[in-house]
Design a protein around this ligand. Structure first.
Ligand code: SAM
Length: 430
């Protein structure tokens, strides 16, 4: 009979970590947000328009089969959103949902039944145990708010990287270091006050602590993090009583990805990671313009100081394609602007001559001036008409409007609706 070796220290720590995670998410499935049958989150990452825009250059042919892995799917927001979107466009898709927690899986399965979804396969399993031999490769992997809870996030990301097709990508969320100021102080206090108690006993103590924190406390000073004891228990446990979490800076994430054989494509919303959103001075902006995307994002997070969750898209290092859709190529005229919610006509109706666009980044509000043609352009965004056709229509009413002027004005609108609001994306003919 073959005898297995006893686990070494790292293996034992990893097993203990997984068991602690499983226990927490059995007792406090996450997120606690509305999981009622008809609820449908349309968040980020993993919205189909984002996947297309940020990984496939806005050119994916959705009549072709698509396989997605939702690793650590929790109560199902991403799985349900993506499964519905893929079904609604008639894409022959398969979504594989994996989570350690049976309770979270059961909630997600219920939601899938309510939405009549038959394109999700469910597994109670650790993502660390997934292999290409068993599951094949995926066009897309979602892993949102999971890896930073593992004993070794690097091992987790390496495992996922192996499961991504060479031209595919990942949508990831990791905690951000600067925006979580004060969170770790409270975790630390709780570990000292109630080191050996389980989370159900720690919870009332935590609520008392939160109600008694002085204004000078770093968590209380951090307006980007809700520290009220009234929030949902699962939210409080996840934030303040977690047995394992760590937060990352942009350069930290870039090196984690590099070690896993991945490269970061973009952070989202893109405007939150652009120094130009915060710094109006032309001289400073010119210096930032010379940097790589990741360098600019690293600078933006230092300037902003309040990013507590990093949502970003990545691809394999072997994928040489410039994956992110944009307006600087020769085919900008073929781009079709597509809105996440509704149609442009509804936006145009609400638009006033003195309107400005506002992006709410936690406790910071970013503003963008609309171009003169904002309402004329928005009115014509029906998610099907390309920029060239929009231009021709507007030019009929504005003789003398040349393409370059129109494109500049559209780019200004795009900075607001895409960059600040993460609500507009581009589609090109496949
Ligand atoms: C903070 S929740 C995030 C849920 C979901 N991704 C979301 O953003 O809505 C973390 C989830 O990851 C799961 N999880 C943690 N470690 C895991 C692992 N090694 N394998 C699979 N699931 C894991 C937990 O059970 C929990 O449901």
């Amino acid at each position: 009979m073959q005898q297995s070796n006893p686990p070494n220290d790292a293996e034992q720590s990893s097993r203990n970590n997984l068991e602690a995670l499983r226990r927490q998410y059995e007792a406090f499935p996450y997120p606690p947000a509305d999981t009622s049958p008809n609820s449908l989150e349309t968040g980020s990452p993993s919205h189909i328009l984002e996947i297309d825009h940020f990984i496939y250059g806005g050119r994916r042919d959705w009549t072709q089969p698509f396989r997605a892995l939702i690793a650590g799917g929790g109560t199902g927001n991403a799985a349900i959103m993506l499964a519905r979107q893929l079904r609604d466009i008639g894409c022959p898709a398969e979504i594989v949902y994996v989570d350690l927690s049976d309770t979270s899986r059961a909630i997600t399965e219920d939601r899938a039944k309510t939405h009549n979804l038959s394109n999700i396969r469910f597994h109670t399993k650790s993502l660390l145990d997934l292999s290409v031999a068993e599951f094949g490769v995926f066009d897309y992997v979602d892993c949102c708010g999971v890896l930073h809870h593992l004993h070794s996030p690097a091992d987790g990301l390496r495992t996922l990287a192996k499961l991504v097709a060479a031209n595919g990508g990942l949508g990831l969320m990791f905690y951000g270091e600067y925006g979580r100021s004060g969170v770790y102080d409270v975790q630390n206090i709780m570990r000292r006050i109630a080191p050996d108690d389980d989370q159900t006993i720690q919870l009332p103590l935590l609520k008392t602590l939160l109600s008694n924190l002085p204004p000078s406390n770093r968590l209380v000073r951090n307006a980007a993090v809700d520290h009220t004891p009234e929030q949902h228990d699962a939210e409080l446990v996840d934030k303040f009583l977690h047995p394992q979490d760590r937060a990352y800076t942009v350069p930290g994430l870039a090196s984690l990805c590099e070690q896993a054989g991945l490269r970061i494509l973009t952070f989202a919303p893109t405007g939150r990671y652009d120094p130009a959103t915060y710094v109006q001075d032309d001289g400073l902006r010119r210096r930032c313009a010379r940097m790589t995307n990741v360098e600019r994002a690293a600078l933006a997070e230092l300037i902003a100081g309040n990013i507590g969750r990093h949502v970003f898209y990545a691809t394999t290092q072997s994928n040489a394609v410039d994956c992110v859709a944009g307006l600087d190529g020769p085919d900008a005229a073929n781009a079709t602007p597509v809105l996440k919610h509704g149609q442009g006509a509804a936006l145009a109706v609400k638009f006033r001559p003195d309107s400005v666009f506002k992006g709410q980044f936690d406790d910071f509000t970013a503003f963008a001036e609309p171009p003169a043609l904002a309402a004329d352009i928005m009115r014509r965004i029906d998610n099907e008409t390309c920029l060239e056709d929009i231009y021709f229509e507007i030019a009929m009413e504005n003789p003398g409007l040349d393409w370059a002027n129109f494109l500049n004005q559209f780019k200004q609108l795009y900075t607001a609706l895409h960059g600040l609001l993460n609500g507009m994306f581009l589609r090109f003919p496949p």
